[in-house]
Design a protein around this ligand. Sequence first.
Ligand SMILES: NC(=O)c1ccc[n+]([C@@H]2O[C@H](COP(=O)([O-])OP(=O)(O)OC[C@H]3O[C@@H](n4cnc5c(N)ncnc54)[C@H](O)[C@@H]3O)[C@@H](O)[C@H]2O)c1
Ligand SMILES: [Zn+2]
Length: 357
Amino acid sequence: MIIKSSTKNYEVKIGTDFEMAKNLALDATCFVVVDSNLYRLYKDELFSSIPEEQLYVMEAVEEKKTIETALDICEIMTNIPAKRNARLISFGGGIVQDVTGFVANILYRGIHWTFYPTTLLAACDSCIGGKTSLNYKKFKNLLGTFFPPDEIRICTPFFKTLTEKDFQSGLGEVVKFNVMFGEKGIRNIEDNIDELLKRDDDKLLQFVNSSLLFKKDFIEEDEFDRGVRIHLNFAHTFGHAFETMSHYEIPHGTAVAMGTIVANRISLSRGWLDEEKVLRVENVLWKIIHINTLHIQVSMDDIISAIHKDKKQVGKELTAVLMKDDMKLQIVHDVQREEIENAINYLFDKLTDEKEL
Ligand SMILES: NC(=O)c1ccc[n+]([C@@H]2O[C@H](COP(=O)([O-])OP(=O)(O)OC[C@H]3O[C@@H](n4cnc5c(N)ncnc54)[C@H](O)[C@@H]3O)[C@@H](O)[C@H]2O)c1
Ligand SMILES: [Zn+2]
């Protein structure tokens, strides 16, 4: 798959084995950044031959997604005998992607970058689109640029070692893409969610591929997020609020799955979607939302104000992307507090029920 972008077109390759990760063909111009959990798990199989001076092992936690980590990597990279011809190769999820994308963008005004997404979330969604983001003080993703990798290499067996929590988070984005695709997508995910949960490599390849193809159309038409790309914000307006108030205990994709329920419940109350469809989507989502409700013991006021603080909110009225009339996406500018409260109360009641089972 080739993604078109104004800086460069780039290629995504997906494989159901580790071949692409094994044949790195490292020379002195290469520098490799690896997620520390990944390094521990795959050191012998994949990373043992990387010379120490060409390797940076990075802890993938939000506290490290900072300009300091990015500058640290830049500084260490000055030690390899390459400048603008340096090649950065990184392995990890969205955190490693955000930091190394930023490094590849600013070091020597831009160097070659190959990214291996190793979480399902990074593989099915964030690896394309070119966004890099860093946290600054208490501000999540405050700093950032647009800079896509030159090559993206996805090896589905990496997803076998993800924790249940991180794997299900990735599925949150996969389900979201299928729901956005309408009836055909919903049927597709209903038929395949159980196999996906078993982490079947062929199924994962198929769904990573279809998720990326779906996203590709939006980012190619609106690379810099000024127009049609806003549709990809479906479920995220509410999802971001759940992430923030749980202090990132609820991972991104799980928050998006919860946001999908809220968005569709609002559509249902407006008579824009029929209950049968909404319930079918929820049946799939309950299979992947397993969170400790302790993380969401906050007031409705906090949630609503977190939604208003979302950087996509421009005015006083709340804007959200909702499904309308047979699953078409629509940007809506008049979402009322009461509608959101009702939808969130529904979600929280169900989550509490689940915990009591
Ligand atoms: N740039 C974008 O477009 C974009 C889009 C969405 C999210 N994000 C960012 O991505 C981050 C979340 O990324 P994420 O959900 O991919 O995960 P992550 O990078 O936070 O990693 C989650 C956990 O999985 C571990 N891990 C990674 N690969 C593994 C593997 N194969 N086996 C076992 N463990 C593995 C990591 O060490 C970490 O503990 C957030 O900071 C978010 O803001 C960026
Ligand atoms: Zn997302």
